[in-house]
Design a protein. Structure first.
Length: 471
């Protein structure tokens, strides 16, 4: 069975010759690298175990062509995604296929950590000395004096020297095999195929991390013919990026990892969860707030408990059978400024977890109210801590503003830290997003190992509700 699809249906609809051709420019090195990778996969009989990771760059559509497992990664993050696949399924053969801008620029942290860790994955690094996909900008591997769209006069000393990735990776103790190869003639193409196959074979044998750097051609941005581009690579790139094996440790097989368990009972035990059925109290989705998806934002300074309150709202929604998400944001301003959490509670599925224009805002300090108050949508609601907030921003008149002394009530209850539970009580009374019992069940479960704190939290919740009910 061929590693390539018999017809590239996802590219140009796969009709006629387009169903057999790639999207690469004539003379591009990616085509040859793909061929050698496909042949190596077939010869090692690992197609059904292989997962290819392709991030941003000219290789972004690698999944159009390879009939293997495929994952798309964010720019530079392919090694991190590759490691995730490898530890989730240790028997898989994982390939991180990256270009120079992707790997050696935005992805430098990821490739260094992956190489240092040394878990067996195979990295194929295509070095054509340019940002090919995005317009021919200066890349980390661009040669001195080489003209690009962002260096029309050529790269000079203040821009730094070209990065020699193979030499860098070879110094990392986790790497076992590192080689730089090229594509400009038949002899070097054969070496490239052998190197790629060796990198995969070492992974198959669980011997470690391998890195194959391939000097490749980009005729489009060099503005040369394919033949002239091959000559350019040989004459200009080899003095800076010398070919050859940079590291070849004869290590024994060492990577033997138990496949992770996805057994629900075992996972619940590990995370301290329970398989006991949680009671539901909501008779229906809170469509009086929004038909299908209610968005909330909770914001305050570090220590205000906004993140914990956000998590409790999310867990409460899940307990009621809704889809719910919680996205925390911790900035450097979290001590004294504003950090926040975005929460969504959806009837069926949260389509976007961000709450850019929330239905409801809970603000625990003045900066949070001033920053996020204007983002609340029309007919929305804002609950804020009137103990510490004295000024209200000018907002649309349809937005309901409710000042509740979260902090004062919490101190009266016994501890300032329960002001976030006071806020949840106020939220319940003002919005009726869930019944009271839903919230109480959520924080009782959260405090089941600190049962002495439950009565105080119950009182804080009740006091928050009572305050809003009395307005």
């Amino acid at each position: 069975m061929s590693t390539f699809y018999s017809k590239f249906e996802r590219h140009s609809h796969g009709e006629g010759l387009k169903g057999k051709s790639t999207h690469y420019c004539p003379g591009c090195g990616h085509g040859l690298a793909h061929r050698f990778l496909a042949e190596a996969i077939e010869e090692l009989d690992i197609q059904d175990r292989t997962v290819a990771i392709s991030p941003v760059g000219c290789s972004v559509f690698l999944y159009y062509y390879f009939d293997v497992g495929n994952s798309q990664a964010a720019h530079g993050r392919a090694p991190a995604v590759a490691l995730g696949h490898k530890v989730a399924n240790p028997e898989s053969i994982v390939i991180s296929y990256q270009g120079d801008g992707d790997l050696a620029s935005i992805g430098m942290a990821e490739i260094m950590q992956a190489g240092q860790l040394g878990i067996p994955i195979t990295v194929i690094f295509i070095n054509n000395a340019i940002y090919g996909m995005t317009g021919g900008q200066l890349a980390p591997t661009t040669l001195m004096g080489q003209k690009t769209s962002t260096t029309p006069e050529g790269r000079y000393r203040l821009m730094g020297e070209p990065i020699q990735m193979a030499e860098i990776i070879a110094q990392l103790p986790g790497s076992v095999y590192v080689e730089r190869v090229a594509l400009f003639d038949a002899k070097n193409r054969n070496k490239t195929k052998k190197a790629i196959k060796k990198g995969l074979k070492l992974q198959k044998e669980n011997k470690g991390f391998s890195f194959i750097e391939v000097l490749a051609e980009c005729p489009t941005h060099l503005k040369l013919s394919p033949v002239d581009t091959e000559a350019w690579v040989k004459e200009n790139m080899l003095p800076v990026f010398p070919l050859g094996v940079k590291k070849d440790d004869k290590k024994e097989s060492w990577f033997h990892m138990e496949k992770p368990s996805f057994d629900p009972e075992r996972i619940l035990k590990e995370v301290g969860g329970s398989s006991e059925e949680i009671p539901r109290f909501s008779k229906q989705f809170p469509e009086h707030l929004a038909p299908n998806d209610v968005s909330l934002k909770l914001a305050g300074a570090g220590g205000d408990g906004a993140q914990t309150a956000a998590m409790l709202i999310t867990l409460a929604g899940i307990n009621e059978g809704f889809d719910a998400t919680h996205i925390p944001s911790y900035g450097p301003e979290s001590r004294g400024g504003t950090s926040y959490a975005d929460v969504h509670v959806a009837r069926e599925e949260v389509l976007s977890p961000a709450s850019g224009t929330p239905h409801i805002l809970l603000a625990f300090n003045q900066p949070s109210l001033m920053k996020f108050g204007p983002t609340v949508r029309k007919n929305g609601m804002i609950l804020y801590d009137s103990s510490v907030i004295s000024d209200e921003p000018e907002l649309d008149t349809s937005v309901r503003m409710i000042g509740v002394p979260f902090s004062e009530i919490a101190v009266e209850v016994g501890r300032l830290v329960v002001k976030n539970i006071v806020a949840l009580g106020a939220l319940q009374a003002a919005s009726e997003i869930y019944p009271s019992e839903t919230f109480i069940t959520a924080f009782r479960n959260a405090l089941k190992h600190k049962a002495k704190l439950i009565p105080m939290n119950e009182e804080a919740f009740a006091r928050g509700r009572e305050f809003v009910k009395g307005l």
